[in-house]
Design a protein around this ligand. Structure first.
Ligand code: AMP
Length: 209
């Protein structure tokens, strides 16, 4: 089963992707984590991407698509993947469709975490305060000004993939403002529906069915 978790920065995609990874034996692929690993390792790709990431802008589609194309071929992705932070543009979504079609393993569902932007800013400021108090390092793109740019980038470049998947009948929205446990339960209810409970509204009208 291949899933996408979609939502603006700070919506809880990573947290929920990790839970899905444990529960369903899927592999979480976070393009943000991959890029940060490249930056930390000082690779050429990391050096190229760092400035863009620090501004809160998007790294080029080609770099991201190449990274994903490589990852989904790895043995630990054989059971299925949760795409976290990818796709972030319609071009990435189209490229993903092509890649999965070629592998014969299409998307099962796209789960959109819906959130209130001001609440995301509040959450970020609380997190920065807590981490600073605990003496932990804060990410270089973790500040309010950059978050506001990232939210703008989300609205301009990523939000258009919502209608892209909606048209394909693959999109399900979950209220991301609930507690972590309640969001998790809502996602699992959707996925269980997809696994055959005919009383439920299906999460996926896509080609996997
Ligand atoms: P994230 O941890 O997913 O919030 O990603 C951190 C940063 O990495 C983003 O602000 C972008 O600069 C970059 N990034 C991550 N995923 C993508 C993607 N799919 N396309 C373009 N840039 C990305």
């Amino acid at each position: 089963m291949n899933l996408i978790i979609l939502g603006p920065p700070g919506a809880g995609k990573g947290t929920q992707a990790k839970k899905l990874e444990e529960k369903h034996g899927l592999k979480q692929l976070s393009t943000g984590e991959m890029l940060r690993a490249e930056v930390a390792a000082g690779t050429e790709l990391g050096q190229k991407a760092k400035e863009t990431m620090d501004r809160g802008d998007l790294v080029s589609d080609n770099i991201i698509i190449e990274m994903i194309a490589h990852c989904i071929e790895q043995p630990d992705c054989a059971n299925g993947v949760i795409f976290d932070g990818f796709p972030r543009t319609v071009a990435q979504a189209e490229a993903l469709d092509d890649m999965l079609l070629e592998k014969g393993k299409p998307l099962a569902a796209v789960i959109e975490l819906t959130v209130d932007e001001e609440e995301l800013v509040n959450r970020l400021n609380t997190r920065i305060r807590d981490m600073t108090e605990a003496g932990q390092a804060v990410r270089s793109d973790d500040n309010e000004e950059i978050l506001r740019n990232r939210l703008q980038v989300y609205r301009d470049l990523t939000a258009p993939i919502v209608p892209y998947y909606k048209t394909k009948g693959m999109l399900s929205a979950v209220n991301g403002m609930q507690s972590i446990e309640d969001v998790e339960a809502a996602i699992n209810a959707l996925l269980d529906c997809d696994n055959g409970d005919r009383g439920c509204q299906s999460v996926s009208g896509g080609p996997s069915q």
